[in-house]
Design a protein around this ligand. Structure first.
Ligand code: ZN
Length: 137
């Protein structure tokens, strides 16, 4: 199914990015200094490159209404989603919908790093929230 996908990032929900960056620094993984606020998701993000294409993403809620704040309140901090990069997110979303998967958004929305994103609901994927992303040119 996800043959033309490659791992883009693993995202971790945290209460405070700056506190958690230290843990990864101790492991030898360096987060970029840049932080990005994504108003659509009510989160602040930080990225670290772990392999050629794969990153770690830390997600800190910027509001109690953030889905990440709600996630942390329910499940605590921890791995939140996997993200796969696809070449055509609209086509991939339509293909998955036709196969019976539940997508979070009817149409892809804007995410961090100038990308279009959508999510496959964890009830469709055995409990894993999967993000799909397409880089905008
Ligand atoms: Zn993500």
């Amino acid at each position: 199914m996800l043959k033309d996908c490659q791992l883009d990032h693993i995202a971790i929900a945290v209460k405070n990015i700056e506190e958690k960056v230290k843990i990864y620094r101790d492991l030898g993984i360096h987060f970029e200094d840049r932080r990005e606020i994504v108003p659509e998701q009510k989160v602040k993000t930080a990225f670290a490159t772990i392999e050629e294409h794969a990153h770690l993403e830390l997600l800190e809620p910027t509001s109690d209404q953030s889905p990440i704040a709600q996630y942390i309140a329910k499940k605590g901090e921890g791995i939140h989603h996997l993200c796969f990069k696809v070449t055509d997110i609209k086509a991939k979303s339509a293909e998955l919908k036709a196969k019976g998967y539940t997508l979070i958004y009817e149409n892809p929305v804007k995410g961090a790093n100038n990308k279009l994103i959508n999510f496959i609901h964890p009830k469709s994927t055995g409990g894993v929230l999967i993000e799909l992303s397409e880089e905008l040119g």
